[in-house]
Design a protein around this ligand. Structure first.
Ligand SMILES: Nc1nc2c(ncn2[C@@H]2O[C@H](COP(=O)(O)OP(=O)(O)OP(=O)(O)O)[C@@H](O)[C@H]2O)c(=O)[nH]1
Ligand SMILES: [Mg+2]
Length: 154
């Protein structure tokens, strides 16, 4: 399969697991520390590559969001399913003209949000897909990898 070069941005509050997710997707060792500014990871998809741009969720690095979003084909909004505030905070994030998906991470800790709450936020964000993952345990990553490959190939 041939894939054009594609940019994916991961947005969400500090500590929800964006970097761990990016490392898990790219098969790297999971040694995430809090992101300073922005990190960039490369995911091989067929003969192409997908650039995963992973800005810090901390407010003081808010400027990194503009960089992450510029030219992105796909925006993945990430929250921690065990911390409801991280789901609702996503409504404050920009909604650029890109495909959008919602990712509930840390399912290994159990869900403290209802499926209805998640569906409500997904709808308001304009997310076309919702995924549940544990980046730490490696759960649910194949579905996201397939979806990214689909976006990259499209
Ligand atoms: N239990 C559990 N912990 C996770 C999971 N994913 C990430 N973590 C942990 O959550 C903490 C924060 O993860 P990061 O990947 O640094 O989070 P981040 O969203 O990149 O945070 P910032 O860079 O500060 O915005 C780390 O201690 C991770 O090991 C998960 O699926 N389950
Ligand atoms: Mg990070």
């Amino acid at each position: 399969m041939r894939a054009r070069r594609v940019k994916v941005a991961l947005l969400g509050e500090g500590g929800v697991g964006k970097t761990t997710l990016a490392l898990a997707l790219t098969g790297s060792s999971l040694n995430a520390g809090a992101t300073i500014g922005v990190e960039v990871h490369v995911l091989r998809v067929g003969e192409g590559s997908v650039v995963i741009v992973d800005p810090s969720g901390q407010r003081r690095f808010r400027f990194a969001l503009d960089f992450a979003l510029r030219g992105a084909s796909l925006v993945c909004y990430v929250f921690d399913v065990s911390e409801p505030s991280t789901l609702h905070a996503l409504l404050e994030y920009p909604r650029p003209p890109a495909r959008r998906a919602l990712i509930g991470n840390k399912v290994d800790l159990g869900l403290s949000v209802t499926r209805e709450e998640v569906a409500g936020v997904a709808k308001r964000l304009g997310a076309e897909r919702t995924f549940f993952t544990s980046a730490l345990m490696g759960w649910g990553l194949d579905d996201i990898a397939s979806y990214i490959a689909e976006v990259a190939g499209g």
